[in-house]
Design a protein around this ligand. Structure first.
Ligand SMILES: Cc1cc2nc3c(=O)[nH]c(=O)nc-3n(C[C@H](O)[C@H](O)[C@H](O)COP(=O)(O)OP(=O)(O)OC[C@H]3O[C@@H](n4cnc5c(N)ncnc54)[C@H](O)[C@@H]3O)c2cc1C
Length: 560
């Protein structure tokens, strides 16, 4: 029997044989066949099984080691990409499908446009408008799971299937610093081979071991985080609005049913944001817009209790902006009543005592500069610090011998070079993973590339920042070089398009080498930049539509 899928292998199968697990190309696929068929279609991924005629006899999922172009004579090289973030998704998107077989391994099935996450967390945009499903990329195979290990010698990736979508859509900080797991459940493991490998698995949130952050703070890194934050903010207003007495009785007493005093409301409606970088500042601004433009008219009595505070340990927030723009940002925040507490060290977060904590989820924050006095809060958003992805940490300590294709062959064990400061994997100027050599000479793994937040790339002696700009430019550069079949033609050069931060009420700041803008003009640049960068035409249409809908009808405030 013959395989009729795009890989065109000659599928061997004894007639009336038992269930087939894979085609000759060893695809990790479901194979469907009927005994009456003279041919079998194997899918390029878990979807899209086609049967010509006859009944479906069996569909199964197989664990296979997919072999590489060099092994089986296929025309196209397989590029395996770890991660579907800014770096991974953009690489899969930009690689020429006529030249490469593209395989994405990622625990989540979509790309998320992180700069607009804060907008979804406050209901300005709907969640799906900032997501791009990987499956929409034509001819891209997606294996939904975590790359758990890489065998650089045999060029294979060990993958553990993601057993629950939920594990990868929101930030879960494990106590050991590893990746999230459902206790007691291990996903199915399989290996995938590669010709070229791009490690683009991003970074994790860093809690600096501060007590209670892992358990009680909200992170803002993925779509599930944004959903949780939106739900919490709306729910806090609802809880604080509960009246104990039938309004028909015209009584003004409102503290007995929910047992909430004005002090309790003040605690619950205190929103603490930790981290004064662009992400924390933008979230504070967006939250302020939501509260005063949409929730204020609904809960006018509660506005007196609302407070938003940004905490940072640094002497100033928004350090990447010049003095004038940073001051403009602080003045704008001061006018909005948003407090900024610089040089403040958060030391602990815990649940408040009594029913306020157990029933309403109120928190107590200990800040070193406040001494023993704790600050109450209904929501703490943790927007500071990155730590290395556990896979990267594991790879950086692993010893391996070079693949036989590497020249010159070297039997001594090698190790990937790790940046001592960030823990990222060090690359050369062509984004190839560097190897630690005793003599300090630059040596690389020819077919292994590292891009995005997990890479440590230096330019002119300075480390590139961990931003979407860098990650997407690296991906586009790599795709261009792969498509041209000439990795070494030119080195990667980062072009800084500038930094933008939204400040609320249709004001922003923008700084680049060419100019610096503030106020409404910068806000127009901010929206324009995000719109042009939204990946699909669908979202390029949806995002402005939702901006207009929110402007005319208000933000989405349903709780679900
Ligand atoms: C709220 C927010 C706002 C931001 N705003 C901006 C901005 O305005 N401008 C800007 O330049 N930058 C911004 N950033 C930073 C930017 O999002 C990151 O620098 C960028 O996402 C890094 O891209 P990446 O592909 O390296 O990692 P990510 O985008 O984090 O993607 C990592 C991918 O790897 C997957 N993964 C994780 N572990 C594994 C594994 N073991 N195996 C396989 N896959 C794995 C993840 O599921 C994910 O798909 C923002 C970040 C946040 C959180």
């Amino acid at each position: 029997m013959t395989c009729k899928s795009a890989c065109q292998c000659s599928f061997r199968m004894a007639s009336n044989s038992s269930l087939m697990s894979r085609c000759l190309n060893g695809r990790i696929c479901r194979v469907a066949f009927t005994r009456s068929l003279s041919s079998v279609w194997c899918s390029r991924s878990y979807s899209g099984i086609s049967i010509q005629k006859g009944e479906l006899a069996a569909v199964l999922q197989a664990d296979t080691v997919a072999d590489t172009a060099s092994d089986n004579g296929r025309k196209k090289e397989r590029v395996v990409i770890l991660g579907s973030g800014w770096a991974g998704y953009a690489l899969a998107h930009s690689l020429d499908p006529s030249k490469y077989e593209r395989v994405v391994i990622s625990p989540r099935s979509y790309f998320v446009f992180t700069p607009l996450l804060a907008s979804t967390a406050v209901g300005t945009l709907e969640f799906r408008t900032i997501l791009e499903p990987v499956r929409r990329l034509k001819e891209v195979d997606l294996y939904q799971g975590w790359a758990d290990d890489i065998d650089f010698t045999n060029k294979t990736v060990l993958v553990e299937a993601n057993t629950a979508d939920d594990l990868a859509t929101k930030t879960i900080v494990s106590p050991t610093g590893g990746r999230p797991r459902v206790p007691g459940i291990k996903g199915k493991q399989y290996t995938v081979s590669y010709d070229k490998l791009a490690i683009a698995c991003g970074a994790y949130s860093q809690t600096f071991g501060i007590e209670g952050v892992r358990e009680h703070a909200h992170f803002l890194r993925d779509i599930g985080d944004a959903r949780r934050i939106r739900l919490r903010v709306l729910s806090l207003f609802e809880q604080c609005s509960h009246r104990s007495v039938d309004p028909a009785n015209k009584s003004t007493e409102d503290d007995t049913a929910g047992h909430l005093t004005d002090d309790d409301r003040r605690n619950l409606l205190h929103f603490a944001i930790v981290g004064g970088g662009p992400t924390g500042i933008e979230f504070a601004a967006e939250l302020n817009d939501l509260i005063y433009e949409d929730l204020g008219p609904i809960y006018p009595d509660l506005l007196q209790f609302v407070q938003i505070t940004v905490y940072d340990i640094a002497p100033k927030v928004l350090p990447m902006f010049d003095q004038v723009l940073a001051k403009y940002a602080m003045d704008t925040f001061a006018r909005h009543g948003i407090q900024v507490r610089t040089e403040h060290h958060l030391e602990r977060i815990r649940l408040a005592d009594g029913p306020l904590g157990s029933e309403h989820g109120a928190l107590k924050i200990k800040v070193r500069e406040n001494g023993d006095e704790e600050v109450g809060a209904g929501l703490v958003v943790w927007s500071t610090g990155l730590m290395q992805n556990p896979l990267v940490s594991k790879l950086a300590t692993k010893e391996f011998t070079l693949p036989s294709t590497e020249t010159p062959q070297d039997p001594t064990p090698s190790r990937l070079l790790k940046d001592p400061k960030t823990g990222g994997l060090v690359t050369d100027a062509h984004l190839r993973a560097r190897i630690d050599t005793p003599d300090g000479a630059t040596k690389v793994l020819d077919d292994v590339f590292v891009i995005g937040d997990c890479a440590a790339v230096a330019e002119n002696g300075r480390a590139l920042p961990k931003t979407a700009q860098v990650a997407s430019q690296q991906a586009v550069y790599l795709a261009k070089r792969f498509n041209a079949g000439d990795v070494e033609a030119e080195p990667f050069r980062f072009r800084n398009w500038g930094t933008l931060t939204y400040l609320g009420s249709w004001k922003a700041i923008h700084q680049s080498a060419a100019d610096s803008l503030k106020g409404r003009t910068a806000w127009i640049v901010w929206r324009g930049a995000y719109l042009t960068k939204s990946m699909s035409i669908r979202n390029k249409i949806l995002v402005p539509v939702y901006w207009i809908i929110s402007w005319i009808f208000g933000r989405g405030i349903s709780r679900f």
